[in-house]
Design a protein around this ligand. Structure first.
Ligand code: HPA
Length: 274
């Protein structure tokens, strides 16, 4: 057994002393979407700090806990707050929670984030369904001894974002009359926002939005055979695309303002999974 899997099993075993809830769907909430819990019939909570060896977030606006319960009729586990690479954790640690949700039993992972818009057709406040990603600017979370218990050494990444789940997001958005963009997400290490030159480069590479999370979690989930989908809230236009300087507070304020509609989209989409 790899050291990584052993650590994961310790976390898992602790959580199973608290609850035997079997979620089918995992949901990771990004900045500004931290109040999602009200859309859920909660059965049990586990603060990250209670789980032995679990990475605990230090970012403002990221309250850390797993919530187990039902979204509609769908048993789900919600990650209220995630950890980021820029906090100083290794990529292995950053994706530990994702892998733990796989052990809880999830088959589908819904990733959400706040992101900077690179595509000039986007505006701050838009939603973007992620169709593919660029993750090469941060280390792969799969580096190191392969966790054979979860997946193979060289996993295919042709369809990181599940085609059927993408169709479900688009159908749900249409039904709910929520406009939605589509595009490619690029992950940077953060914590600094990007320079205008970096944003121009990402644009030339085909990226539509940039953020500091998500792609690594998508990789870890795909490695473990979990079906993945993702939606970004474009909380700002990226540096150099807009004239103003960027601040975390402004980013959070836009995400907060859009939270209601974002939550509705995510909730209906998960309910439609049944
Ligand atoms: N860049 C990187 N990450 C982000 C941004 C951005 O402009 N906005 C929200 N998260």
């Amino acid at each position: 057994m790899s050291a990584q899997y052993e650590k994961l099993m310790k976390c898992y075993e602790y959580c199973r002393t608290v609850t035997d809830f079997q979620p089918k769907v995992g949901l990771i909430l990004g900045s500004g979407l931290g109040n999602y819990a009200k859309n859920m019939r909660i059965e049990c909570e586990i603060p990250y700090g209670d789980i032995p060896g679990f990475p605990v977030s230090t970012v403002q606006g990221h309250d850390g806990r797993f919530l187990f319960g039902y979204i509609g009729d769908v048993p789900a586990v919600l990650m209220k707050g995630r950890v980021h690479y820029y906090e100083g954790y290794s990529m292995e640690e950053v994706v530990l929670p994702t892998r733990l949700m796989k052990l809880f039993g999830i088959e589908v992972l819904v990733l959400t984030n706040a992101a900077g818009g690179i595509n000039r057709k986007f505006s701050a406040g838009d939603f973007m369904m992620i169709t593919d990603q660029i993750s090469n600017f941060v280390p792969s979370p799969l580096i190191g001894k392969n966790v054979d218990e979860l997946g193979e050494r060289f996993p295919d990444m042709t369809h990181i974002y599940d085609v059927e789940l993408q169709q479900l997001i688009l159908k749900t958005a249409k039904e709910e009359k929520i406009p939605i963009q589509q595009g490619i997400y690029v992950q940077t290490s953060g914590p600094n926002f990007e320079s205008p030159a970096e944003i121009r480069m990402f644009g030339m590479l085909g990226a539509d939005a940039v953020g500091m999370s998500t792609a690594c979690e998508a990789l870890a989930a795909r490695h473990a055979g979990v079906r993945v989908c993702g939606i970004s809230c474009i909380s700002n236009m990226a540096c150099g695309i807009c004239d103003e300087e960027l601040s975390h507070l402004d980013v959070q304020a836009v995400a907060d303002k859009r939270a209601g509609e974002f939550e509705r989209l995510v909730t209906r989409m998960i309910e439609n999974l049944n």
